[in-house]
Design a protein around this ligand. Structure first.
Ligand SMILES: Cc1cc2nc3c(=O)[nH]c(=O)nc-3n(C[C@H](O)[C@H](O)[C@H](O)COP(=O)(O)OP(=O)(O)OC[C@H]3O[C@@H](n4cnc5c(N)ncnc54)[C@H](O)[C@@H]3O)c2cc1C
Length: 399
């Protein structure tokens, strides 16, 4: 797809080339390759943000089972693994290795002949009866349909960190920690705040690089195979969810289902093994209430249980919240959209009515439930959106 005079006309524009945007692009391609689909992103590579987050936290295995991926056939990833001779992860429920998942995604992109994403960031999005116009960093895009798959979010930063951010490199949100850049942490004391998967990966990574780690979890660690109960991936819980007519109640159900962070037993066991070596201490059911930076270096954290912890660095594995409203460029579109707790009240087709603008990922929680942001949600969202736009339902997955 080429820009001509900095104006590009397309049938569908997908903003965001992550697993969700990829799922939608693949499904359009399967339903009708003559539909022109333009994918835009900060990067001209597919899955750049996804790959970066796995590399930086040195995550070698996904958490979700291998039936969840961007391609419409759930068994395609396992078939690929066997065909290409990748070893299974060997973990319960058979999550794919990061390496195999990436190779699989590269193959499905290649097989479908998808163009690489265009580098363009929307600055203003306007819609009227003639269609949608995006003014982007690279030019103007005129499209009939726009799909927002940018995973808009804000970091959750506890208030007690305010003073620490005045000092360089004392505190970082997990998204800004790059283990690859930290080859040796010998002699460093690092506090990881959080009790979920990211906290576990970063704690483990820091210990393996020689740091002495304290992991502080507000609740007792929640040991669960998946971040969302699998009942939320089918009729067991979704039937009641879909029939709930009170919007507030629905969002509440979704929030409760996600709860806070959790970790699967295999990573818990690996943390316990490390804690036997005294290189990591897991402090559960307590939280930091204040923090003070020390004049020479490091900081002192005061905990609710009256303990004090000294740290050279604090990493906040405190999560992110979905935030479509943080996309300033969408202001004209969002004017008439209702939100509850930051989630837009999209229709069944994930559309921000009355506009021909659709959302994927966590922004689709109201329609898809608590697993909307996971890989499971990607194929579901792609299915609903493509069905609405093309009238064709290629995959019937009951959701
Ligand atoms: C460390 C980690 C591990 C995870 N592991 C799993 C797992 O194993 N299984 C699972 O089901 N889920 C997992 N998740 C949850 C979820 O699947 C991921 O967050 C996934 O990346 C979401 O895909 P996405 O396409 O919505 O967003 P992203 O992968 O974040 O992709 C969004 C894309 O949009 C682009 N973008 C952002 N803003 C703009 C803009 N303004 N203009 C243009 N482009 C923009 C970004 O560059 C990016 O490429 C994990 C999440 C994290 C953080």
């Amino acid at each position: 797809m080429e820009w001509s005079n900095r104006v590009l006309d397309t049938d569908v524009c997908i903003a965001g080339a992550g697993p969700h945007g990829l799922s939608a692009a693949l499904l359009f391609n399967k339903i009708d390759p003559s539909i022109s689909v333009t994918v835009i992103d900060h990067s001209n590579e597919w899955l750049a943000a996804w790959n970066r987050q796995f590399e930086r936290a040195e995550i070698t295995t996904l958490r979700s089972p291998n039936v969840h991926h961007p391609y419409p056939d759930p068994f395609a990833l396992e078939d690929f693994r066997i065909r290409k001779g990748f070893l299974p992860s060997g973990l319960p429920y058979n999550p794919p290795t990061t390496e195999c998942f990436s190779a699989f995604c590269a193959e499905i992109i290649d097989d479908a002949g998808l163009d690489e994403p265009l580098i363009a960031v929307p600055q203003l999005v306007q819609s009227d009866q003639n269609g949608i116009e995006l003014i982007t960093s690279s030019g103007v895009i005129r499209t009939r349909y726009l799909i927002i798959a940018t995973n808009p979010h804000e970091k959750i930063i506890p208030k007690w960190t305010r003073d620490l951010f005045q000092e360089p490199n004392l505190v970082k949100h997990a998204l800004d920690v790059n283990l690859l850049d930290l080859p040796n942490l010998e002699g460093q004391s690092i506090t990881v705040v959080g009790g979920g998967m990211t906290a576990a990966h970063l704690s483990r990574g820091a210990v393996l690089k020689g740091a002495s780690v304290k992991m502080i979890s507000r609740r007792p660690l929640q040991i669960r195979d998946f971040d969302t109960d699998p009942g939320w991936l089918g009729p067991k819980y979704l039937s009641d969810y879909y029939s709930e007519t009170d919007a507030q109640e629905r969002i509440q159900l979704a929030r409760e289902a996600r709860g806070g962070g959790s970790i699967p037993p295999w990573i818990h066991n690996s943390l316990l093994d490390l804690s036997n070596t005294d290189s990591i201490e897991i402090l559960e059911s307590t939280e930091v209430i204040s923090a003070q930076s020390e004049s020479s270096k490091g900081c002192l954290l005061k905990l609710k249980n009256e303990k004090e912890v000294f740290s050279d660095q604090v990493w906040l594995a405190t999560g992110t919240c979905s935030s479509l409203q943080s996309m300033e460029c969408l202001r004209p579109i969002l004017e008439n959209v209702s939100f509850i707790d930051g989630f837009p009240l999209v229709d069944r087709s994930l559309r921000l009515e009355p506009h021909s603008v659709y959302v994927m990922g966590r922004c689709a929680t109201f329609a898809l439930g608590p697993a909307a942001g996971n890989l499971w949600g990607a194929t579901r969202a792609a299915n609903r959106i493509t069905r609405d736009i093309t009238g064709v339902e290629l995959v019937s997955n009951g959701t």
